[in-house]
Structure formats: structure tokens, C-alpha cells
Design a protein around this ligand. Sequence first.
Ligand SMILES: NC(=O)c1ccc[n+]([C@@H]2O[C@H](COP(=O)([O-])OP(=O)(O)OC[C@H]3O[C@@H](n4cnc5c(N)ncnc54)[C@H](OP(=O)(O)O)[C@@H]3O)[C@@H](O)[C@H]2O)c1
Length: 259
Amino acid sequence: MEAPISTPNYGTLDFANHTALVTGCNRGIGFALVKALLQTPIKKVYATARNLAAMPDLQHEKLEVLALDITDPASVKRAADIANDVSLLINNAGIATTYGFSNSNNQDLNADMATNYFGTLNVIQTFLPALTASSQQQVPAVIANVVTIGAFANLPVLGSYCAAKAALFSASQGLRIELENTPIQVHTINPGPIDTAMAKDFNGDKTSPEDAANAILQGLKAGTQDIFPDPASQAMFAVWQGNYKDLEAMFSQMNQQAG
Ligand SMILES: NC(=O)c1ccc[n+]([C@@H]2O[C@H](COP(=O)([O-])OP(=O)(O)OC[C@H]3O[C@@H](n4cnc5c(N)ncnc54)[C@H](OP(=O)(O)O)[C@@H]3O)[C@@H](O)[C@H]2O)c1
């Protein structure tokens, strides 16, 4: 494992003070995050999925399962009305299409934006009253957005996905500045390849969702603003920090190999 990347920190976080809600929990990183959160002294975890029938039965006294489709404002509002004690919101739900930019139409390009950008922003806006209320009792409330290292340079085989995640990274930075005089902190989580359905076509080394989830919780506990939860994302971020054009060149090579 590479040395952890150092990015600016908030104070340390004590899970014992928090009630968490995670989006997109029926599989992949979201499911691993729920299992990892339940290993901490957390007060409660709301595990949400757009299709409850697909949610594995975890049976835990601190767990409540809720329906939440991040692209459906009515569904988000229903969940926010129930989970009005949330203080740690992890926006994990996402999709990845394989649209590039030369041939795709607006409808194709919009799919990634509708979920990864607008859907996530709608969740944040709808849960902000609950986060504000809980931050007045237990400092701080937390918004953690699962982005990707592909927000830092575009990989055209996942072109519109990377663009939508870059928009989400930018919105996360903007929110962090907008909220900096409040007790609500904003984190980004920027994985490299993680061994889930989303990365099934990637043939290189992948980190397990369980290892990624543990690293994400370690990053949140340490207060790390921008979390790189696996060796690949840590190495790629180090390249970007050295010279952002070098990460673009690395992704160009990866794109040629994938093509
Ligand atoms: N795997 C990687 O290599 C990787 C790398 C960087 C970042 N990420 C990010 O990590 C997050 C989790 O992805 P994953 O790797 O765990 O992929 P995954 O196995 O495909 O899981 C994606 C999850 O998001 C849910 N989802 C999709 N659209 C939704 C919606 N409108 N409302 C609610 N839930 C929705 C899916 O639910 P359904 O089962 O109903 O579709 C599923 O539970 C995503 O934000 C992804 O972009 C993944």
C-alpha cells in the first residue's frame, strides 16, 4: 500500500456521534460501506437503494433500509422526511456509461450528468436541512461525495462519466467553500479501479470494495477532505500533483490500450 496522500484535513470524526445515510447500497462500494459503518460505534445507518428487492438482507439492529432513487426528487424527499436525523451523508450511487465526445448525442451525454451530478446535488440540497439541524447538536455534519480519480483527467472510454464526476468534484469544492462557516464539512472520495460491477470490463489491478470502504472510513475519521482510498488512485493523484499533464498522458495510453 502506498503512503496515504496528504490533503487538507478537518478535525477527526467520531462515528459514535453520527447517524449515516448511504445511497446505492445494494451492491458494490455502497454495500461494503454499510457493512464497514456497522463495524464502527455509529448510532444508526440508513442503507438506501432504488430497488429494495435488490438489497441484501443484513439484519442489524442499527440498520434501516429505505428506498431512494437519486434521480427522482419525490423519492429523495420521502427518504429525507424519514431520515431527518442524518448527520453523515455518503453520496455513493452512480452510473458509468461509455460515451465519448466525438459521436455521442446530448441524450447519451445527459445520462451521466442526470445521475452523477444533478441526482447527487438534489440529494445534498434535500438533506441539507437535516444536516444543518444535526450539526447544531453534534459537530460536525458531513457530506461525502464518491467521485473518481477520473475527475482529475478524462479517460475517453468513460468520457461523459468522467465529465459528470469532474462536475461533481467542482460542485463539492464549491459547497465546501459555501459551507465553510457552518459546522457542515464536505469531502470528496476519489477511487481508482475497484472490483465492482462498474469496473467489470477493466482488466488491470482492482482494489476490493471492502478495502476501499475501510480506507474511506479511515479518511473520514481522520477528517481528510479529499480521500484517495486505494493504491491506484493514490499513485495517479501523485502523478497529477507532480504535473497534471502527466496524468492526461497516462490516461491517453490507457485509452489506447482499452481501444
Ligand atoms: N468501481 C470503480 O472502479 C469506481 C471507481 C471510481 C468511482 N466509483 C464510484 O463509486 C460509486 C459506487 O460504484 P460501484 O463501483 O459500487 O458500482 P456498482 O456496483 O455499479 O454500484 C452502483 C450503485 O449505484 C446505484 N445507483 C445507480 N443509479 C442510482 C439511482 N438513480 N438511485 C439510487 N441508486 C443508484 C446502483 O443501484 P442499482 O443496482 O439499482 O443499479 C448500485 O447500487 C459510484 O459513484 C461510482 O461512480 C467506482
